[in-house]
Structures are given as C-alpha cells and as structure tokens.
Design a binder for this molecule. Structure first.
Ligand SMILES: CC(C)(COP(=O)(O)OP(=O)(O)OC[C@H]1O[C@@H](n2cnc3c(N)ncnc32)[C@H](O)[C@@H]1OP(=O)(O)O)[C@@H](O)C(=O)NCCC(=O)NCCS
Length: 149
C-alpha cells in the first residue's frame, strides 16, 4: 500500500535521492530542505508502507499573488502509472485549498514532458503561456494553471 503523508525532516535525504533519479537538473538537497522549512504542510511524500521507502513527493508554496504553486513532483520509475502522481497532486491542492484558502494553482513544465503534461491536464490544468528558454538547457516551458473556485 502507498501512503501519502506530510514529510518530516528525516525524509529530505530520501527525497533528494529520488529527485536525482527523476530529473537531469535536480534541486540541490539544501533547496529541498528550504522548501520543506518554508511550507512544511506543502511538502508531501508517498511512502511504500511495506518497505517504508519514499517513492514519490510533491512540494509547493503560496505565492504573493495568491496562487498555489506546485514547485516539484516526482514518482519513482518503478511505481509510475499507478495513480500516485495524481494522488500527490490532489493531496497538495487539497491542503492549499483547506489551509491556505487557495483557489488558483500554477506550475511550470517542460514542453517535452508528455507524462507530466497529461497528468496535469487530467486534473484540469490548462496551458496559459509558453515560457521561452525557461530551462537551463534552453528548452521552453509551459505555464499551466487551474482555477478551482
Ligand atoms: C509526471 C509523473 C509525476 C506522473 O506520475 P505517475 O504516478 O506515473 O502518474 P499517475 O499514475 O498518477 O497518472 C495519472 C494520469 O496522468 C497521465 N499520465 C501519467 N503518465 C503518463 C504517460 N507516461 N503517458 C501518458 N499519460 C500519462 C494519464 O492520464 C494518467 O492516468 P491513467 O494512468 O489512468 O491513464 C511521473 O511520470 C514522474 O515522476 N516523472 C518524472 C518527474 C517529472 O517529470 N515531474 C514533473 C515535472 S513538471
């Protein structure tokens, strides 16, 4: 069984190991820790209840313009297409809405990242703008947004 729960400080190392497997330009561990310390309620992990391994995470923040911003999400390759990414997204949106009264969500994604784009579209996100040369390697990004209320 996969449990979605709030991260604790001891999870950040495992999240960093996962982050390195998921992204070619991973966030440094110190940035992950900073995100966790800024918004601990918005740093969620997916844990395999049998092995206790952290196999997914999502983190977010609340912007000054009121948008809930999904900063990062990833799921271990061996656990993909089982609905865990969707559960993580729904869980963080729920916390943003219930605790921070957020009605609008936003995120950025590489234009080539079809799995992520499909996930976000399935949750109601739509492309709002193209962000030219947004990533370090020059790839464009999409700004995607979702209005809840
Ligand atoms: C994007 C990511 C988090 C999705 O996680 P996941 O647990 O596999 O996603 P889910 O199983 O919840 O998928 C939910 C829906 O998203 C869509 N989707 C997910 N992966 C997909 C893929 N490879 N191809 C097409 N659609 C996909 C489908 O609509 C899927 O529903 P379905 O399985 O019923 O068809 C995962 O692929 C990942 O960690 N990628 C690497 C990190 C990354 O790119 N993060 C996003 C950065 S912006």
């Amino acid at each position: 069984m996969i449990v979605i729960r709030k991260a604790d400080g001891n999870d950040i190392k495992s999240v960093y190991e996962l982050e390195k497997k998921c992204f070619k330009d991973p966030y440094p561990e110190i940035v992950l820790r900073m995100l966790y310390e800024l918004y601990p309620e918005l740093f969620l992990v997916a844990e395999d209840s049998e092995t206790k391994a952290i196999i997914g995470y999502v983190s977010g923040m609340i912007r000054v313009d009121g948008f809930g911003h999904i900063v990062s999400i990833c799921v271990d390759q061996n656990y993909r297409r089982r609905g865990i990414g969707k559960r993580l997204m729904e869980a963080i949106e729920n916390v943003m809405h219930k605790i921070f009264s957020v009605c609008m969500f936003r995120l950025e994604v590489r234009v080539s990242n079809i799995p992520a784009i499909k996930l976000y579209e399935s949750l109601g996100y739509r492309v709002e703008a193209i962000l030219k040369n947004y990533y370090l390697d020059g790839e464009d990004g999409y700004l995607m947004t979702k209005k809840l209320c």
